[in-house]
Design a protein around this ligand. Structure first.
Ligand code: PHE
Length: 355
């Protein structure tokens, strides 16, 4: 048995020598020194020995055990320092090296423009508000003089929220993602605080994507309601905005148009910056505009039915409104030639850092 113990000791030492990881070391410890390990197994034979032998071999076995444990501990600390050394080498840093300067961020072009637009209208007494983006059909269409199934709704390629009416409280028809900021009009009139000079800037969603359309974009909606509001004031506000935002060079035109929620209605166009208002680039049709003009957006005198839907008497109150795309508006600004509107939301820093 003594011999067997010697052999065990030798086998352990040999095995220990080739071990390189703490996992393997632990496995070896369990194999030899564990509760069901080789040493325990051997010591089961002690009970068959004579009392004298048992005493002698028992003492020897104890020495072997202490020896194995010592070898184990030595290897363990050896591995630990090897590991620490490896980390120290791999993760070495030069604490005297100069630091890395963090890059300065900048506001997104859209955010910058929203602030600039809001600032211009604030100077005319407009108050910036935000109305819901997840909205009842009532505010997005029905209250705007567009009954259910009205063909005019086709123009707003609307996303509907499946079962939205079961999730939102209030039940005013189906639930949509606002396809335009005009949903803010009746919500604002309902507040009943007059005169109204609202600037509603918000995200809008439409099911379309090409060089001039992103499925998520922003609009800013102006609404002024009071006694005796006229088209002359509407024109005055346009003039003020266009001069401030675009500068004196760009041209504007008002085109008669049709919206269900304004009467009369207009579309406001501004001369294209990509082709310089000619409609052609290098002899080819400009891909940005229609014959040199870009639509800024719609405008008009608020329809009496809309004023009524908000709870006011259209015989007493009149107003004007306009709704334009933020992205389109800043793309048309002097000096900016963005050929594809969708790049704004692709998170490409090479593009975004330029502004
Ligand atoms: N909501 C219209 C659009 O999305 C724009 C508009 C706003 C027109 C206000 C008239 C008055 O095209």
């Amino acid at each position: 048995m003594k011999q067997e113990l010697e052999q065990l000791k030798q086998a352990f030492s040999q095995a220990l020598e080739v071990i390189e990881s703490s996992d393997a070391l632990e496995a070896l410890r369990i194999e030899y020194l564990g509760r069901k390990g080789k040493l325990t197994d051997l010591l089961k034979g002690l009970k068959d020995l004579s009392p004298d032998d048992r005493k002698e071999i028992g003492a020897f076995a104890n020495e072997v055990k202490i020896d194995l444990e010592a070898q184990f501990a030595r290897k363990q600390s050896e591995l630990a320092s090897l590991f620490a050394g490896k980390i120290a080498q791999e993760e070495w840093i030069d604490i005297t090296a100069p630091g890395i300067e963090p890059e300065d961020g900048n506001l997104h072009l859209t955010t910058q423009s929203i602030e600039e637009i809001a600032d211009i209208f604030t100077q005319l007494g407009f108050v910036r508000v935000r109305h819901p983006e997840v909205e009842w059909d009532w505010y997005a269409f029905e209250s705007l003089n567009m009954p259910k199934d009205h063909a005019a709704r086709d123009e707003w390629e609307t996303f509907f929220i499946a079962d939205g009416d079961k999730i939102m409280e209030g039940k005013k028809g189906k639930v949509v993602l606002t396809p335009h900021t005009t949903n803010g009009q009746v919500r604002e009139i309902e507040k009943g605080q007059l005169p109204i000079r609202m600037m509603n800037i918000n995200k809008c969603y439409r099911r379309q994507a090409d060089v001039t359309h992103a499925p998520m974009f922003h609009q800013f909606e102006g609404l002024m309601i009071d006694k005796n509001v006229t088209i002359a004031q509407l024109k005055g506000v346009f003039d003020f905005f266009v001069k401030r935002f675009f500068g004196p060079d760009r041209e504007v035109r008002l085109r008669p148009h049709h919206f269900r929620f304004t009467e009369p209605s207009f579309e406001l166009d501004i001369s294209c910056n990509l082709c310089g208002g000619i409609g052609k680039v290098d002899g080819k049709k400009c891909r940005m505009c229609k014959q040199g003009w870009l639509e800024l957006g719609g405008a008009g005198m608020v329809h009496p039915n809309v004023i009524k839907a908000g709870g006011l008497d259209p015989e007493v109150y009149t107003g004007f409104a306009f709704g334009w795309g933020v992205e389109r508006t800043f793309m048309m600004k002097s000096g900016m030639n963005i050929a594809d509107i969708r790049i704004l939301y692709k998170n490409d820093l090479r593009f975004l850092k330029q502004f």
